[in-house]
Write a protein that binds this ligand. Structure first.
Ligand SMILES: [Zn+2]
Length: 293
């Protein structure tokens, strides 16, 4: 992914200096010029763990507990690029802002970008305590995405889904939840969830999560259209979507699969809806509530 060409967002709240400080990263340094080339090269070896981020605390019902403890410290980035993760997150977020601003304008509305909190270790949120073990999530109450930088190592190491586009898919999925919040889908979800039982809530949660995957694909469509993707990127994203499927995760954690306990969708479903968004670039193609695919 040519994320060095993307516009950095001003909506990143960098709390890495005040938390666990597991990673030896500098504060929100912004890179430019020649440093970008180094960053882009480094980005090729990033790993991201979408399951770790997607699964746990999204406020969309119960989730499968992660089978592993918090990640240990990983190797520090090269001195030439002191904060590649921060730069990557800023630029990916900025690009989602550009895409969704244009899409909302097309719908006669105005996109209100969320803030993204980058933290190391643990941090408070309006949805409770955020920790690395919880994985990335969107909190509707404070309209912020919470992202622990450990996720850059987790995806690759534990889920075999490395690559910068895999990481971008995770961020774009969380942004998809913000889009749902702004569009009122999340409020409708809460109302419907209150009227059903646990099994019904799980089923609704799956539709909400698959729609966020589809919205992530919609962003990917426009990234591709502007030549910001590279060969292999789409495959990276699809591999990540498959790695965070509930069946994949349950099989890994429990040795068997319990479809009624799905909260995010099977690997096949997640790949299918991510691909649907990637192919259409149209949020209207993401009505996962209208069918049970
Ligand atoms: Zn989600």
């Amino acid at each position: 992914m040519r994320w060095g060409d993307m516009r950095p967002s001003d909506n990143v709240e960098d709390r890495r200096g005040s938390g666990g400080g597991r990673l030896p990263l500098g504060g929100g340094m912004r890179l430019g010029g020649g440093a970008l080339i180094v960053v882009v090269i480094l980005s090729l070896v990033f790993g991201v763990n979408p399951m770790q981020f997607l699964g746990m605390m999204e406020g969309a019902g119960p989730a499968v507990a992660p089978p592993q403890p918090a990640a240990p410290a990983q190797t520090a980035p090269a001195p030439a690029a002191k904060d590649p993760e921060g730069a990557f997150v800023r630029r990916t977020l900025g690009d989602t802002e550009d895409v969704w601003t244009a899409l909302f304008e097309g719908m006669g509305s105005r996109y209100e970008p969320p803030r993204l909190v980058l933290f190391a270790g643990a941090t408070p949120s309006a949805c409770g305590h955020a920790s690395a073990a919880a994985g990335p999530f969107y909190c509707p109450a404070d309209r912020k995405v919470y992202l622990d930088t450990a996720f850059f190592q987790e995806l690759s190491r534990k889920f075999g889904a490395p690559g910068d586009f895999a990481a971008a898919y995770v961020i774009a999925h969380e942004i998809g939840h913000h889009v749902q919040n702004q569009m009122g889908t999340m409020r409708k979800f809460d109302q419907a969830a209150a009227r059903t039982d646990a099994r019904g809530r799980n089923a609704l949660s799956v539709r909400l999560e698959l729609q966020a995957d589809c919205y992530a694909g919609v962003w990917g469509f426009y990234a591709a259209k502007r030549n910001l993707l590279e060969p292999g990127d789409v495959e990276e994203g699809l591999r990540a979507a498959s790695a965070v499927g509930d069946d994949t995760i349950q099989q890994r954690a429990r040795g068997h699969v319990v479809p009624d306990a799905f909260t995010h969708g099977s690997a096949d479903q997640r790949v299918r809806w991510f691909r649907a968004g990637l192919a259409s670039g149209d949020p209207r193609s993401c009505n996962t509530f209208a069918n049970d695919r």
